[in-house]
Write a protein that binds this ligand. Structure first.
Ligand code: PLP
Length: 378
């Protein structure tokens, strides 16, 4: 058994029950451990095409001035992003990844005497952020496996958890690790049903992949729902995960509160430059989304051929049913030995599943071939 941490009793109340976030294994770590080269990483829902070439060009010109602090207010980016989104600059909160914005929201509104609601299989950072603030975590049961959106958010169940003590509700649309999504009319109805003392965090990290042409822009809902905060990121379709930049869009009043808590230089200058360059290349996002769509089709067809059910997804990843926890663990070990990193999701309470990010056509082929070998051997 692990040795008891001698400082545990001194830590803030919420910290004792926390386990650290488990990131996808870095490719370099697998190469080191297994003596492999040419590792394929399909574990962290990154964009396999990387960022727009304009980003590398902008960064090459930004390597001077590294001794200077970044612009803490991110004036140029905030202005450009506000224009891009058609909102006011004062509605934006930039973060060191959208993860930072999620944590800022929790720090701003949560404390030990209030509660926060999220779904059973919701993105794990909500749980970490709520617990770290010592707030009561109210976990709503998700849709059953038989539902059209298996393991997806059940809004009625979430609504039932909201009461006078509730200050925050987290919704991921689409959700990670399930890939499930919510219909906009149901989401709007849910937002209308919430009391005014609830801040709703609508996490749209995968928006670019998920957006349907007939859907409304959720930013248009901000005027109607003053407690709504929409959180987005440059880590996924924009391909800037390494630089850590994401943002929240809210009322100026909520943004002003988040700004009180925000670290003064939470978004570094390279990330600011990169995001500016990325916004100048909307075609890159169109290409990334198209590549994801065809990669998704390749994986869905491949999994079906191998007899592996997967959950319908609007993200850049699929949750694949390996039949049992033992199979999922053995398959993960086999894939690692084959130089393919995917994400086990036992920590989400889904031990029989693996979450697999859509890669390039070649990477997807490597994964499918390794999966076939595993299935033939069992
Ligand atoms: C649903 C969701 N929200 C937020 C994030 C955080 O991303 P980042 O901090 O890189 O913006 C992730 C990362 O995987 C995610 O899946």
């Amino acid at each position: 058994m692990a040795e008891q941490n001698s400082f545990l009793a001194l830590a803030a109340a919420g910290i004792s029950g926390l386990a650290p976030y488990e990131p996808g294994k870095p490719a370099a770590a697998l190469e080191r451990e297994y003596g492999l080269t040419d590792v394929v990483k399909l574990a962290s829902n990154e964009n396999p095409l990387g960022p727009s070439p304009r980003v590398s060009a902008a960064l090459a010109g930004a390597l001077h001035d590294l001794e200077r602090y970044p612009d803490g207010a991110a004036f140029a980016l905030r202005d450009r992003l506000a224009g891009h989104l058609q909102v006011q600059p004062g509605q934006l909160t930039l973060g060191n990844g959208s993860n930072d914005v999620l944590v800022l929201l929790a720090e701003t509104f949560l404390s030990p005497d209030v509660s926060a609601v999220y779904d059973q299989y919701a993105f794990v950072v909500y749980r970490l952020a709520v617990q770290a603030c010592g707030a009561e975590a109210r976990v709503a049961p998700a849709n059953p496996a038989s539902h059209a959106q298996p393991f997806g958010h059940n809004l009625a169940a979430m609504r039932e958890q909201v009461d006078d003590s509730t200050r925050m509700v987290f919704i991921a649309n689409p959700n990670n690790p399930t890939g499930t999504w919510l219909q906009q009319d149901a989401l709007r109805e849910f937002l209308s049903s919430l009391p005014e003392h609830v801040v709703t965090v609508l996490d749209e990290a995968y928006l670019e992949y998920a957006r349907q042409s007939d859907e409304q822009n959720t930013l248009d809902w901000l005027a109607e729902f003053p407690g709504l905060v929409i959180v987005r990121t440059f880590s996924k379709a924009y391909g800037l995960a390494a630089l850590r930049i994401g943002y929240g869009v809210s009322s100026p009043a909520i943004a002003e509160l988040l700004n009180r808590v925000r670290q003064p230089f939470n978004v570094n200058s390279l990330a600011q430059r990169a995001a500016l360059a990325a916004l100048d290349d909307p075609d890159w996002i169109v290409q990334a989304v198209a590549a994801n769509r065809s990669g998704m089709q390749q994986l869905e067809a491949g999994f079906a051929e191998l007899g592996l059910p997967s959950v319908p997804s609007r993200g850049n990843f699929l949750l694949v049913d390996m039949g049992s926890a033992d199979n999922a663990a053995a398959c993960n070990a086999h894939l690692l030995r084959s130089g393919v990193i995917v994400r086990p999701v036992a920590n989400y309470g889904l031990p029989a599943y693996l979450r697999i990010t859509v890669g390039t056509a070649q990477e997807n082929q490597r994964l499918l071939a390794a999966l076939r070998l595993f299935l033939e051997a069992i």
